[in-house]
Design a binder for this molecule. Structure first.
Ligand SMILES: NC(=O)c1ccc[n+]([C@@H]2O[C@H](COP(=O)([O-])OP(=O)(O)OC[C@H]3O[C@@H](n4cnc5c(N)ncnc54)[C@H](OP(=O)(O)O)[C@@H]3O)[C@@H](O)[C@H]2O)c1
Length: 324
């Protein structure tokens, strides 16, 4: 029986994934920083006789991380996968985001995942296991007022990309899951900048928030992310990055739907600049050629143009990341 440790299972995607995997034959250690908040999950596990155990796990605390991993290994004798799911959302303009807020978000979303991964790797090397990172569509694209949250997810993806190459020789896989909006308490529980009514950002916030809330209402159920995690653990052919949900696959569209007039603008010239050190510059396909995209943009902001523009930026940014 494969043994997995998941962080942040007191609600949302983490809870759903713990339940989903336990019902499909995984032995699940469900990390929760306040185990009492995972009581529903523990109760379901007991009632259905599932191989599921809640373990205390606060990813901000190095000792808690070490204890959780030790507990899994001492109880199950092995570890086959770690799922870095715990994270905190954030909403606010870059200018008004404080050092403390940056530290807090990075502490959980980046360091937390890094810590847990580091603690798990000695055991994952023995089992040729898997690291699953729950990132976000914002790990690839950025919307206004999401600078800090997106920066944390880009950082998560950056170290994951290095890790992927580093642990490949040991047979350890790394998969990054990028959901679009998911129906969980995440948005409601996010931290945010308090914007005063006379702030220069007040009008932008007032325009943006209702759009985000409307877009979030159309989010995917958390079971779609749980199913993607299951695939990541059971199918070695899955790609390194797995977008989840229709809005994540057509990622620029929701960013625009959310941001409206603030729609995502990609710097096409930068996106097409050849990566330093590359022997040959990446050649965009003709459909995504900058001149063609520029002409389409000039012709008007059709949905197709917006989608194509974003899509080109996205695929090129992936290309750049590969070459870096
Ligand atoms: N919902 C979305 O639209 C969406 C979209 C894309 C990506 N995601 C990603 O999906 C993941 C799960 O989010 P969710 O939507 O399921 O939201 P959620 O219901 O708010 O779940 C977040 C979980 O993280 C836990 N957590 C926060 N700080 C922690 C810490 N220091 N140590 C351990 N656990 C901690 C929370 O525990 P407490 O109950 O103790 O606070 C909670 O269980 C996150 O990585 C998020 O970035 C979500």
């Amino acid at each position: 029986m494969q043994v997995v440790l998941i962080s942040g299972t007191s609600s949302g995607i983490g809870r759903e994934t713990a339940d989903y995997l336990a019902k499909r034959g995984f032995r699940v250690f469900a990390g929760a920083r306040q185990p009492a908040r995972a009581a529903v999950l523990a109760e379901t596990g007991r009632r259905l006789g599932l191989p599921l155990e809640v373990v205390p796990l606060d990813v901000d605390d190095p000792e808690s991380v070490a204890r959780a991993v030790e507990r899994v290994v001492s109880r199950a004798g092995r570890l086959d996968a770690v799922i870095n799911n715990a994270a905190v959302g954030f909403f606010g303009p870059v200018e008004l985001t404080t050092d403390d807020q940056i530290r807090r978000i990075f502490e959980t979303n980046v360091l937390g995942a890094w810590r847990l991964t580091r603690a798990a790797l000695p055991y994952l090397r023995r089992t040729a296991g898997t690291v699953v990172q729950i990132s976000s569509v914002q790990g690839r694209l950025v919307a206004p007022f999401a600078g800090l949250y997106a920066a944390s997810k880009w950082a998560l993806e950056a170290f994951s990309e290095a890790l992927r190459a580093e642990v490949k020789p040991f047979g350890v896989r790394v998969v990054v899951i990028e959901p679009g909006f998911v129906l969980t308490p995440f948005l409601r529980r996010r931290q945010s900048v308090q914007i005063a009514p006379d702030s220069p950002y007040a009008a932008e916030e007032a325009a943006l928030l209702p759009r985000i809330e409307r877009a979030a209402e159309g989010g995917a159920p958390p079971s779609t992310v749980a199913a993607a995690v299951y695939r990541a653990l059971t199918d070695p052919r899955v790609p390194f990055r797995m977008p989840v949900g229709p809005d994540a696959r057509l990622s620029p569209v929701p960013a625009q739907a959310v941001a409206g007039r603030h729609r995502l603008r990609c710097d096409r010239s930068a996106a097409h600049r050849p990566p330093q050190g590359a022997r040959t510059a990446p050649r965009p396909t003709s459909r995504h050629h900058p001149r063609r995209l520029a002409a389409q943009s000039a012709a008007g902001p059709s949905t197709r143009t917006r989608w194509a523009t974003g899509h080109a930026a996205q695929s090129l940014s992936r290309h750049h990341r590969r070459w870096r």
